[in-house]
Design a protein around this ligand. Structure first.
Ligand SMILES: [Fe+2]
Ligand SMILES: [Fe+2]
Length: 299
């Protein structure tokens, strides 16, 4: 009889995530375990399996987001909020191919061609995604290039920095954990989420290219599946590092996204106008059934 695989990773000082091939996953608190009899006290050393690796990765995301669960922002979409989200989307994707290639080169030098090949492939897949966000911004009738050049949303900056830092490390395996976290969260977005955004946007104008491709409807699902498969094939030390970084990235992401989502429309419009140094073009108002570029009706 083959033994079922168990994988575990200590993600914070006290908490480990444990996943069994039989389908169980749980958080294990070291201080609550009998010290001399804790089977998860030492790092795992065995082979991974897709079914257990995915539970560790998703457990790490859940744990990271649990920190803000009490005051998680869930605002209804508005045009200013969506513009700001697209600016954030641009920043989190514009350097991704370059960063991934940098990490790939390092693994090539380290004699790990399989990791380099995986990262190269991801770099190819992510190429051009920043342009999707720019096209969506243009479709909304705002000066896309000026906005992204002059505005880095406060909650997004730490995320971009994290990825930059991870990719230039001597051993940049954490870049996979960061990417997994970002893509897994994007892949949770459903058709109904996209429809809610489309409903506030001008009719007949495509403003959701980025959102669609970074949702359950787009390529993100296959990116997530490929990553799970790849991470499960890595040696135990690497899987541990990837899961830990998934947790660290989830913490930063939860704080950062929430910071942006908690802003009022008035605050966002102020930020956007400051970035372009002039009032925004009249923003589409779905209640009046206008198109971008239409002048506001006289009051
Ligand atoms: Fe992407
Ligand atoms: Fe992706």
């Amino acid at each position: 009889m083959t033994r079922l695989i168990t994988e575990w990773v200590n993600v914070t000082g006290d908490i480990s995530i444990i996943a069994r091939e039989s389908g169980e996953v749980w958080f294990h608190t070291a201080s609550a375990a009998k010290q001399d009899n804790d089977p998860f006290a030492a790092p795992m050393t065995g082979a991974g399996a897709e079914s257990t690796t995915v539970r560790l990765l998703d457990g790490a995301i859940n744990l990271g987001f649990a920190a803000i669960e009490q005051n998680l922002a869930r605002p209804v979409p508005t045009i200013p909020g969506y513009i700001l989200a697209l600016i954030g989307a641009y920043h989190t994707s514009v350097d991704t191919p370059r960063n991934l290639r940098r990490a790939a080169k390092r693994f090539e030098d380290l004699g790990r061609p399989e990791v380099a090949a995986y990262l190269e492939e991801r770099a190819r897949e992510e190429t051009g995604h920043d342009r999707l966000a720019l096209k969506d911004l243009r479709a909304l009738g705002v000066p896309a290039e000026r906005l992204v050049a002059n505005l880095m949303p406060e909650g997004i900056a730490p995320l971009c920095k994290r990825f930059d830092d991870l990719c230039v490390r001597d051993y940049p395996i954490g870049s996979i954990g960061y990417s997994y976290c970002l893509e897994r969260i994007a892949a949770l977005k459903q058709e109904s989420d996209i429809e809610r955004v489309q409903a506030i946007c001008p009719e007949g104008v495509d403003t959701t290219r980025f959102l669609r491709s970074h949702s359950a409807l787009g390529s993100e699902v296959s990116h997530v599946e490929e990553t799970i498969k790849f991470v499960a094939s890595l040696p135990a030390d690497d899987r541990i590092s990837v899961v830990r970084e998934t947790y660290e990235s989830a913490l930063i992401m939860a704080q950062g996204y929430n910071h942006e989502l908690l802003k009022s429309d008035a605050e966002i419009i102020r930020e956007l106008e400051q970035a372009i140094g002039e009032p925004l073009p009249h923003l589409y108002n779905p209640l009046r059934n206008e198109k971008p570029g239409d002048q506001p009706a006289a009051a």
